[in-house]
Ligand binder design. Structure first.
Ligand code: C2E
Ligand code: CA
Ligand code: CA
Ligand code: CA
Length: 279
């Protein structure tokens, strides 16, 4: 039994070593890539379901390694958070997206919102508010066209701190969306206490609406909740026309997904918006 235990222990620590080494390797690669400007931001349009016109875009971070491989943000964002690199990286995304918003406005696409993802590590950082204010001031991005996306899981922790932070953020003029909504357990009374503007229905519930008969219940509930609280609602991950139609019928005003457009570079977005305007 003793040797088995030892064998088990050995196996455990060796596999952990591999995992940690892999994480450290990726952390260094990410830091280098960031330093060498190998990260870039793409933008996925957000659509008004009634008119099918673009009303904004979500900024999404991309990492393409020197040998051309794309690494998913689902993999590298946790490493950036773990290493603290997310502070500088998140600031850079914020400034890049704000600059793009200003460029789009100069090209005539005014009335266009820019949504930016904020990590909880960034959000908790004492410099966050100042970082946000400076990004707005330095780029000249109008705050009323900037939205921050925070996840519902983040919204669940330390309610008092969150409520205070959201109040301060709102004073800058930017709006706030709760991302991946429906995956957590926020109560109605709690949501009412938060100064938020939008709920973003998680893709999992959008995928469900064309499935079983009861499939639309969570999406439907979020849309209803939004209406009751006076919040805008946007559905993410809309991939087919049936989903778009059901969401529209349920009263969901906005959507985002491969059906309308994939995330694209700043240049491509500018072209896409200009073509769209000519239709
Ligand atoms: P998210 O914020 O929920 O972003 C939506 C994700 O869904 C994006 O994946 C987007 O490309 C993808 N998506 C959009 N439409 C569709 C669709 O119709 N079908 C499917 N299957 N997927 C769709 P992406 O770009 O790989 O990002 C993954 C996650 O990484 C994001 O999830 C977000 O949590 C995080 N992330 C990305 N960029 C940033 C960033 O700048 N900062 C932070 N903190 N997190 C980021
Ligand atoms: Ca998001
Ligand atoms: Ca999301
Ligand atoms: Ca998601």
């Amino acid at each position: 039994a003793k040797s088995q235990q030892r064998a088990g222990h050995f196996y455990f620590s060796r596999s952990m070593g591999v995992e940690i080494r892999e994480r450290v390797r990726m952390m260094h690669a990410l830091r280098t890539a960031f330093g060498q400007n190998q990260l870039f931001v793409v933008y996925q349009p957000q659509i008004d379901l009634a008119t099918r016109r673009p009303v904004g875009a979500e900024a999404l971070l991309r990492w393409q390694t020197a040998d051309g491989k794309f690494i998913s943000p689902d993999r590298f964002i946790p490493i950036a958070e773990y290493s603290g690199l997310i502070i500088d990286m998140g600031e850079w995304v914020m400034r890049t997206a704000c600059r793009e918003l200003v460029a789009l406005r100069a090209a005539g696409h005014d009335n266009f919102m820019m949504s930016i993802n904020v990590s909880q590590v960034q959000f908790r950082h004492p410099y966050f508010l100042e970082m946000l204010r400076r990004a707005l001031a330095d780029t000249g991005a109008p705050p009323e066209f900037v939205e921050l996306e925070i996840t519902e899981s983040m919204a669940m922790e330390e309610p008092d701190l969150l409520i205070k932070m959201l109040g301060q953020i709102k004073q800058t003029g930017v709006s706030i969306a709760i991302d991946d909504f429906g995956t957590g357990f926020s109560s109605l009374s709690y949501l009412q206490r938060l100064q938020i503007d939008r709920l973003k229905i998680d893709r999992a519930f959008v995928t469900e609406i064309t499935g079983s008969a009861r499939g639309s219940s969570i999406a439907e509930m979020v849309i209803q909740l939004g209406r009751n609280l006076g919040l805008a609602v946007i559905a993410e991950g809309v991939e087919d026309e049936r989903q778009a139609q059901i969401l529209h019928t349920l009263g969901c005003p906005l959507a985002q997904g491969f059906l309308f457009a994939r995330p694209m570079t700043a240049d491509a977005l500018n072209g896409w918006l200009s073509n769209d305007a000519l239709e």
